[in-house]
Design a protein around this ligand. Structure first.
Ligand code: LLP
Length: 419
């Protein structure tokens, strides 16, 4: 459920006309609905009421400070994958002791930063990382709370680029080796074993993979208990999918009920790391049609947003619905919606049946709140677009559109070029 709806054939975000925002600030821009973000968090929070839990929003999906602050204020924790995300999180008001830190490539500096701030736990992805965390904690005279990220070898049945819980993926430690990892961790001087973690992939639209992964974690936790290694936190990661086209992911209540049921006799605190399900359908990308041209065999709708602004169609062949901002009831046409970049992979939609549009018309690329702006780049020296948040009848530019000066910031020409 989201708050992007037509009123008299004009798309609104809550009580604000999308066309009016475009008139004021130009295009393209990402647009987020406060009520939708809040609602998604609350639906999750309510569904997990039956179990002691900490919901750690996965920052990577959308790290805008306004989005982060909204979740921090709602009492959310944070899942991070870099020092930069920790910086943003702390700046937005998340308490460090509600932050979990995953990722296969944590650097010594990033580990130090997280130790100094006192995060809830490091989700460790290899034994070498474990040893480095121990060493850094020793140096800083701190203790490092850790979970081992287990790779349960479960097929999440999603796009291969975003599946993470298979043996062939770079993530985590496989379940058998994890036991040894815990024994090693138990012997390390500056490490406290507190959790078991997993994250099997993203945009998962079936319940089975989650259930299988959880089963494997429970087996591991029981085995650890027999060895006197007591686990407090079970971190199930994120991954619950959303509807972009006609996918039918398990409803949040069902997803939650099944996890709660499996954990009912275990004395554990459940940690979750949802990203996409909170922000995906709470955001759109608004773009303007520049030209329409017929390429001999195809119609092309050329818009002012490109693959550098929204990478998902290019990278994963992802589907995003594209709707006219002003619904003029024109006939349908079939077209590729493409950007201004000099690559044939620069498309937002291919062979899409859509309302006929002309230069100057505005389009809304739907479900773009997750992994949209955060994956954008300056390719082709295109300034990053603006981000806007709407709350009821008001809107605010939460990230200014970049300008040409921003593009060259930090670049310097060496003196020897003039010699
Ligand atoms: N926890 C960990 C350790 C993760 O790696 C991820 C996502 C999440 C949580 C959040 O997963 P979510 O609930 O959002 O599925 N760029 C891709 C998605 C990459 C996901 C990476 N990890 C896309 O645009 O589809």
């Amino acid at each position: 459920m989201h708050h992007f709806k037509y009123r008299d054939n004009v798309l609104f975000c809550e009580d604000v006309s999308v066309r009016q925002i475009a008139d004021k600030i130009g295009t393209p821009f990402y647009l987020y609905s406060h009520a939708t973000l809040k609602r998604h968090f609350q639906a999750f929070d309510t569904a997990f009421e039956g179990i002691d839990n900490l919901i750690c929003y996965s920052a990577k999906a959308n790290t805008n400070l306004a989005v982060l602050k909204l979740f921090a204020d709602l009492g959310c924790g944070l899942d991070i994958v870099s020092g930069g995300e920790l910086y943003r999180g702390l700046k937005s008001g998340f308490a460090a002791n509600r932050v979990v830190y995953s990722g296969v490539g944590k650097s010594a500096d990033e580990i130090d930063y997280a130790l100094e701030k006192g995060i809830l736990m490091f989700n460790v992805e290899s034994l070498v990382e474990l040893e480095l965390i121990n060493e850094r904690a020793g140096r800083l005279n701190k203790r490092a709370p850790i979970a081992i990220r287990v790779n349960p070898d479960v097929d999440p049945k999603t796009h291969p680029y975003i599946s993470t819980g298979l043996k062939k993926n770079k993530f985590g430690i496989d379940a058998e080796a994890a036991i040894e990892g815990y024994q090693v961790a138990g012997r390390l001087e500056h490490v406290d074993v507190v959790g078991v973690a997993c994250h099997i992939g993203s945009q998962i639209t079936e319940s089975n993979p989650f259930e299988e992964a959880l089963k494997s974690l429970i087996t591991l936790i029981k085995a650890l208990k027999k060895m006197d290694i007591n686990i407090q936190y079970l971190d199930m990661g994120g991954g619950l999918g959303i509807t972009y086209a006609d996918e039918k992911p398990p409803p949040i209540r069902e997803y939650a009920a099944s996890i709660i049921e499996q954990l009912k006799d275990m004395d554990l605190k459940l940690v979750l790391e949802p990203g996409r399900v909170f922000v995906g359908n709470a955001g759109i990308l608004v773009t303007k049609v520049l030209y329409r041209k017929f390429g001999g065999v195809k119609n092309f709708v050329i818009v002012d947003a490109g693959m550098n602004d929204l990478m998902r169609p290019t990278l994963y062949n992802a589907f995003h619905a594209i709707e006219p901002v002003v619904n003029s009831g024109k006939d349908l046409m079939v077209a590729d919606v493409v950007g201004p970049i000099c690559e044939s992979s620069d498309f937002l939609a291919v062979d899409r049946s859509m309302a006929t549009v002309d230069g100057g018309d505005l389009l809304a690329v739907m479900s773009a709140g997750a992994y949209g702006y955060v994956m954008s780049s300056n390719y082709c020296s295109r300034p990053r677009v603006a981000e806007v948040m709407v709350k009821e009848g008001r809107f605010h530019v939460v990230k200014a559109r970049e300008n040409f000066e921003d593009l060259v910031r930090g670049e310097t020409v060496p003196p020897f070029l003039g010699e």
